[in-house]
Design a protein around this ligand. Structure first.
Ligand SMILES: [Zn+2]
Length: 488
């Protein structure tokens, strides 16, 4: 049974605390995709001013709110609660939804809340609603309290990157953007993007002397380039590179075009290349061998891998052999996958890279990769390796904005306190975790290096997709954990 409710979550008796759900309901009604946070900014500003709380806004729209300590709690550490105001706008293909004007419709569904074929924005709207409820509540005991709300986290970490050091102050930051109530995060990976490019050089051929083929890779599992990199799943661009290099060993080919992947931060699932080869070459037999070998290599991680080989349209202009060779070498020499596990945290990847996109435009081929590490130095070392590999094959490179990682401090006072509070509250021990992906903690922590941090959040599934849902019970647990953490 599902109940379709138009923003009445704040009145539904099965939801607790109602104060939090009331604000979440209001947040759903205010469009707030990345870059369009003004409605939430106005809502927060009205709320804080109405409560007589000091609120400031910086040049990009980040908000900082101060709530004075309750009586007798003046001497405690300054605790800052931090979350982002924007959401990822995704709707099912058949759903008409304008994220800058239409409200999100929350639906109660078997212990979870989801939206009507769109992202819900529980990431990070539940956290925003929780801090609003906290600011409003005059019965909760706490020390000096701060709230930092950022803009454009989902699209480009813009709010966090633009934060000025003197805009906020805190001894402890509790980031509210993780996605499992059983886990407390104490580290995240930083990242940097690397773009490699090569000007293509073409030559004319007599089409009658050549055969033309398309080689396509499909059916890979893909996944998040950070979180899923440990699974050793096939990368469609790398697999294409392997297949082309094998073909190249026996008979030199001339590439016509090639492409693969579409996002920096996703493991590419599909790729393809068109090429020409002299008529005399027996390539079918070669292809069958390659196909068999690659299918065996990826049988465990990507059982649905398909490698297809078929005739392509004739052309009279192809990339010359030197250019073809450079591209195949670049794909194959580019270091990729996971390189090192964390020394401090069991089962957590420390450093990785994902070759995410291969595309051709304006006479250039472009290879985009993203390097991640918990440790900034390691992120830079792997980026330098990739840059060297690309230069050695004749490509130029360009480095994008880098995001710092958040280094684990397994026994910091706030980590110890959170474990104690959590265990007392839920009668079980939380999992202490690091995520091999970006959280704003890495960036914000660099601005106040002495600040201790943890990250917590209610349980969510499928964030950033129209299947996004948040577990109702975990929201109440999250609220209780939050209150316990700020109670000195
Ligand atoms: Zn988030």
């Amino acid at each position: 049974m599902t109940t379709l409710l138009k923003n009445t979550l704040g009145k539904d008796p099965q939801l607790s605390p109602l104060s939090l759900w009331k604000h979440f309901s209001a947040i759903c009604a205010i469009p707030h995709p990345s870059g369009h946070e003004q409605g939430i900014i106005d809502y927060a500003t009205n709320l804080a001013s109405g409560l007589g709380l000091k609120i400031s806004k910086d040049h990009v729209g980040n908000l900082f709110i101060t709530k004075p300590p309750t009586n007798g709690n003046e001497d405690g550490d300054i605790i800052m609660l931090q979350c982002h105001m924007d959401m990822v706008p995704q709707a099912n293909a058949n759903k008409k939804h304008n994220f800058t004007t239409d409200p999100i419709i929350p639906i109660i569904d078997n212990g979870w809340i989801r939206a009507d074929e769109t992202t819900l924005g529980a990431d990070n709207g539940i956290a925003v609603a929780a801090v609003f409820a906290l600011l409003e509540d005059r019965t909760i005991q706490h020390g000096p309290l701060r709230v930092l709300l950022t803009v454009e986290e989902e699209s480009r970490m813009h709010g966090a990157l633009e934060l000025k050091t003197d805009f906020f102050d805190a001894d402890i930051m509790i980031n509210l953007d993780s996605e499992n109530i059983d886990e407390i995060y104490i580290a995240c990976a930083g990242a940097v993007g690397t773009t490699a490019s090569l000007d293509l050089t073409f030559e004319h051929i007599s089409p009658d002397e050549y055969n033309f083929h398309t080689l396509a890779i499909k059916g890979l599992e893909g996944g998040h380039s950070g979180v899923d990199i440990i699974l050793h799943r096939g990368n469609a661009i790398k697999i294409l590179g392997t297949a082309l290099a094998e073909l190249q060993k026996c008979n030199k080919i001339n590439l016509i075009d090639c492409n693969g992947g579409s996002l920096w931060n996703a493991i590419p699932r599909e790729s393809s290349a068109n090429f020409a080869i002299k008529r005399s070459a027996d390539i079918e037999c070669e292809f069958r061998k390659i196909n068999q070998k690659l299918k065996n290599d990826y049988a465990k991680t990507d059982p649905d891998l398909q490698i297809t080989f078929k005739a392509a349209p004739q052309v009279s202009e192809v990339m010359n052999k030197a250019c073809t060779e450079k591209i195949i070498n670049a794909i194959n020499t580019c270091p990729n996958g996971f390189f090192k596990m964390s020394d401090d945290l069991p089962d957590v990847v420390e450093t990785s890279s994902n070759l995410g996109v291969m595309s051709i435009s304006d006479g250039k081929i472009i290879l985009k990769s993203m390097q991640r590490s918990l440790i900034d130095k390691e992120r830079d070392i792997i980026q330098h390796k990739i840059i060297s590999a690309m230069h050695s094959t004749g490509f130029n490179t360009h480095s994008g904005t880098s995001f710092p990682g958040w280094i684990p401090k397994s026994h910091s006072p706030i980590v110890e306190k959170s474990k104690k509070v959590y265990t007392a509250l839920f009668k079980k021990i939380p999992k202490i975790m690091a995520i091999h992906a970006g959280l704003e903690c890495g960036i914000i922590g660099k601005k106040h290096p002495q600040m201790e941090m943890i990250s917590i959040g209610p349980t969510m599934k499928f964030p950033h997709s129209p299947k996004e849902k948040v577990n109702i019970k975990s929201v109440e647990q999250f609220w209780n954990l939050l209150l316990a953490m700020i109670d000195e």
